[in-house]
Each structure stands twice: as structure tokens, then as C-alpha cells.
Design a protein around this ligand. Structure first.
Ligand code: GLN
Length: 386
């Protein structure tokens, strides 16, 4: 993917911060500490999270340090930070971009994509990044259309599904208002709005937090303290392995490994992992049913809230943080493309994003619809304080 960018003449400036092993929604689990969002609430100096895990990428783009950035998305790590920072982030279809060179988190969910200042830049970047690659057997050999040409294309007659199950109980009124605004914009642009049902949505987050840790526990087994980085001595070889892993992984990563190992263990495998896999199939089928019924794309909020303060949600209950992914994980579970586009500001002056979910390998329609939302919503930039 980076090789494609290089071949197309991109200039790489450096690496950006992220949550440790891409596990997180705020950048706060990063080994290096959290990136601060370039955004501030109106009249406040409080440092806000940029979202995660690709919070460094989103912040750098929002702060105009770079024209665009690469990122990965296993459960929302491109779209949620994009929504928190007023940038555009697209998680392409599973298999659209090569993941060669990326440290695997949950191999059946991980996908790479760009974070950019606007829809057109995201389209240009994805056109370069997307390709089949012999070094990643999950990458798919399907033609890469001219995504840039799709930006500005008419959305007249497209059928946009509004999933009723995403109207969560207690949904933040601002987010609900933004969603309605997005519906109106697409309607004004000539799209047809249809209510749809994705009945298994409520199981997506619990199922994701079984499947993703299960795969992570397997992928991270290679970080044994012998071949990679840190090595902490012990009384014997097993002790040395255990000491190295205990000292080298951060708390969130250890939590995922423990959960993953537990749900894969004999006696619990059927009750947790196998059941989560079955739920995943049902989630995927929900989407397929809608697309088969003629829905071209689905419009949802990108996140349940605007960005929060550093330290605000990094407390004792990890589920608080996991809830950030409530609108995004379904897309990874189903392998579909999803784009987050800035759509407005909260009452406190923070960016809010909408998400569009498309058919497999139909990123072009997402760029057309994202372009329509961007045109109606306008552009948003953080006020410079740094
Ligand atoms: N926030 C989610 C998690 O912690 C998703 C992370 C990601 O997409 N890499 O698992």
C-alpha cells in the first residue's frame, strides 16, 4: 500500500502515533502517550482525544501537518478519529488494499485506508493505495475505478437505507439531529431514503469484542520476548517468556490477550467464539438482505458523541471506551466499505461525522454520496492554538 503511494510519487514525512497494537478509541493506550486533538471546545483549553486508534493520522491531517495519512481500521480506527477531527476517513472493503507490512491485530477484520482533508483527497489516495498484492493473499484482484471521478457525481435516484436499529436508546440529541440533517441533504440531492432493518446490530459490539481479541491473542503470540524487542530475564526460559510479555504489553493489550485466550480455550470455545462467529454471519446477512432489496448505501452516525477529554473515559470500565465503536464495528464484521465524512459541529464547536456504508467494492458510490454531504455541510477546520 505504501509502495503504491511511493510509486505514484507521494512523499512520506514520517510515522504517526496510534494506540498500542491498534487497540483503542482515543490514542490513550499508546506506548508513547496520547496525541492531543487540534480541536478545542469553544472557550475551553481542555485537551481532547483525537480518537483512535489512528488518532495520530487524523490529528496530523486536521492540523494540516500533512496532506493525507495512512491508517488502519479493525473496528472503527479510521472512521472514528476522522469523525472526531473533522477529516474524511474511508475503510475500504476487506481485501481492497494490501496489508503487507502492517502488524496484524484481527486478521479477518483489519483493513487499511486513507484519512484526508476532504472527500476528493481521500478518493485520490485510495485510488493509489488500492490494489491486489501477491504478498497479501486476502487482497483481491478487482479493478480499481477512478474514485476521484465519482466525487461530484449525481446521487439522484440512489436508494439510501436508514437502519432503525442504529437509533439507539438514549442517542445523543445532537447526533440524532445531525443524522436527520444528513438524510435531508441526501434527499435534497435527489436520493431516495428508505427505512431498513439490521436486526442483529445489537449483538455486533459484544461479538466484535470476542472475535477481535481471539484473533489478537493468536496474532500477538509471536511477541514472545525472544525475537522481537524487549527481553526480560527470568529463572528459566518459560519465566523469561512470561516476564517479557508481562512487561512489554500495555494493560489494554494484555486485557485483549486474556479475553481472546479465554474465549478460544477448550470448554469455552463453543459458548463464546463459535457463537460470536455465527452472530457475525447473521450481521453480514442483514446487510446482504438490504443490498439485495436494492439499497445502494446506508447512512448512519459515525460516532455516538463528539470527541471527549483526555482521561475522561480511560477509567476503570473499558466498556465505556468500547461503546465508541457501536456504529462502526458492524462494517468490519461484514467486510464492507465505510466512509466517515464531517457533517457539522456540536454545540460546543466540535466536529461530528456521518458514516456511509456501501456494497462490497463499491467505494465509488460512497465517494459520490460523501461528496454530496460535504457539499451541503461545508468544510470544518480547527482554530489554530498551537
Ligand atoms: N476501537 C476498536 C478497538 O479497540 C477498534 C480499533 C481498530 O479499529 N483498530 O478494538
Amino acid at each position: 500500500m505504501t509502495a503504491n503511494l511511493w510509486a505514484d510519487g507521494a512523499v512520506m514525512l514520517g510515522k504517526l502515533n496510534m494506540d498500542e497494537f491498534a487497540m483503542g478509541s482515543s490514542n490513550e493506550t499508546s506506548y508513547y502517550g496520547p496525541v492531543k486533538s487540534p480541536w478545542r471546545k469553544a472557550g475551553s483549553n481542555m485537551a481532547l482525544v483525537p480518537g483512535g486508534s489512528s488518532g495520530g493520522s487524523a490529528s496530523a491531517v486536521a492540523a494540516r501537518i500533512c496532506a493525507g495519512a495512512t491508517a488502519t481500521d479493525t473496528g472503527g480506527s479510521i472512521r472514528q478519529p476522522a469523525a472526531f477531527t473533522g477529516t474524511v476517513g474511508i475503510k475500504p472493503t476487506y481485501g481492497r488494499c494490501s496489508r503487507w507490512g502492517i502488524v496484524a491485530f484481527a486478521s479477518s477484520l483489519d483493513q487499511a485506508g486513507p484519512i484526508a482533508r476532504d472527500v476528493r483527497d481521500a478518493a485520490i489516495l485510495l485510488k493509489s493505495m488500492a490494489s491486489v498484492d501477491v504478498k497479501d493473499s486476502t487482497s483481491v484482484d478487482v479493478p480499481v475505478p477512478d474514485y476521484e471521478a465519482a466525487v461530484g457525481r449525481s446521487v439522484k435516484g440512489l436508494r439510501i437505507g436508514i437502519p432503525k436499529e442504529y437509533r439507539l436508546e438514549g442517542l445523543n440529541a445532537e447526533i440524532d439531529g445531525l443524522w436527520q440533517q444528513g438524510i435531508d441533504w441526501l434527499k435534497d440531492a435527489g436520493a431516495e431514503i428508505v427505512e431498513i432493518s439490521l436486526p442483529h446490530t445489537k449483538y455486533a459490539l459484544p461479538a466484535y469484542y470476542i472475535v477481535a481479541p481471539a484473533e489478537a491473542s493468536s496474532n500477538l503470540a509471536r511477541y514472545d520476548g525472544v525475537r522481537y524487542g524487549l527481553r526480560v530475564p527470568g529463572s528459566d526460559i518459560v519465566d523469561m517468556y512470561e516476564n517479557s510479555r508481562a512487561a512489554g504489553f500495555g494493560a489494554e493489550v494484555k486485557r485483549r490477550i486474556l479475553i481472546g485466550t479465554y474465549v478460544l480455550s477448550a470448554g469455552y470455545y463453543d459458548a463464546y467464539y463459535l457463537r460470536a462467529q455465527k452472530v457475525r454471519t447473521l450481521i453480514k446477512r442483514d446487510f446482504e438482505t438490504c443490498f439485495e432489496a436494492g439499497v445502494d448505501a446506508i447512512l448512519t452516525p459515525a460516532t455516538p458523541s463528539a470527541a471527549f477529554g483526555i482521561g475522561e473515559k480511560a477509567g476503570a470500565d473499558p466498556v465505556e471506551m468500547y461503546l465508541n465503536d457501536v456504529f462502526t464495528v458492524t462494517v468490519n464484521m461484514a467486510g464492507l466499505p465505510g466512509i466517515a465524512v464531517p457533517a457539522g459541529l456540536s454545540g460546543e464547536g466540535l466536529p461530528l461525522g456521518l458514516q456511509l456504508i456501501g456494497r462490497p467494492f463499491d467505494e465509488a458510490t460512497l465517494f459520490a454520496l460523501g461528496g454530496a454531504i460535504e457539499k451541503a455541510a461545508g468544510r470544518f477546520a480547527a482554530e489554530k492554538w498551537w
